[in-house]
Write a protein that binds this ligand. Structure first.
Ligand code: DC
Length: 230
């Protein structure tokens, strides 16, 4: 594994990992890996190529041939597939379905290991996902496991959708989140579990800023310094 330090931020969807990872990466001036976006872009590439999400051999072939690029964007990462920006498409409902289907395939997870590990370059990497601390970067010096109650995650998701002018009822969101949790935690390969040495943070009653400050405390304890101001 590379010599660059890695901070892993794992947890269920909607706990605030994306925002937190971005802020930590910006604070340190480190690279960012949004591993969920990788699964999303594979699902999307399969749809374009007419590959069935359940056909493991074909999905692995698509994964190995993936021409994908991630660029920092204002509030996350912009994702390019074969030279075309697909950031919006991969974050659609269809994108979520494809990602969670291909993420259950062991061959796909293995095919992604080297690609993910190759991103651990100096000065360091903040890796956001489900299995960053358990499988991809087990030697990482700092692992955060960020959770929140199902209720808090559903309310946040509802607020996000309302900001985008979409409205979905809370009971439907609760049901969708419960289903996704079961899929992520119940699958046989790389299920969502906290690494033994992870620091647990429950964000149910904390603001994004409060979570960030807790993590900064852990970051400072490990001796990682903020990037020099430009
Ligand atoms: O974090 P996200 O919602 O963008 O993730 C999309 C899907 O990919 C979700 O179903 C969980 C899965 N995933 C995974 O299995 N392992 C990861 N390291 C990241 C995401």
């Amino acid at each position: 594994m590379s010599g660059a330090p890695v901070i892993c931020i794992d947890g269920p969807s909607g706990a605030g990992k994306g925002t937190l990872s971005l802020r930590v990466a910006e604070y340190l001036g480190w690279h960012l890996l949004d591993s969920g976006a990788l699964y999303r872009v594979i699902g999307h590439a399969c749809s374009i190529q007419g590959v069935d999400w359940q056909d493991e051999a074909a999905v692995v072939k698509t994964t190995r041939g993936l021409d994908v690029r991630f660029d920092p964007a204002g509030d996350g990462v912009a994702v390019w597939l074969d030279g075309q920006e697909v950031s919006r498409e991969i974050r659609s409902e269809q994108g979520s379905l494809g990602a969670s289907a291909v993420a259950t395939l062991p061959g796909v997870r293995i095919a992604l290991l080297d690609r993910q590990r190759s991103l651990a370059k100096p000065p360091g990497l903040v890796a956001d996902g489900r299995d960053m601390g358990t499988v991809v970067f087990p030697e990482a010096p700092l692992k955060i496991f960020l959770t929140a109650s199902v209720d808090a995650r559903a309310r946040r998701r509802q607020a996000q959708l309302m900001d985008r002018g979409e409205s979905v009822s809370l009971p439907r969101l609760l049901e969708a989140i419960n289903e996704r949790d079961q899929r992520d935690s119940g699958r046989s390969v790389s299920p969502l579990v906290a690494a033994e040495d992870a620091v647990h943070i429950d964000s149910s009653t904390l603001s994004a800023g409060a979570v960030f400050h807790r993590v900064l405390h852990c970051v400072a304890e490990k001796g990682f310094k903020p990037r020099e101001p430009m």
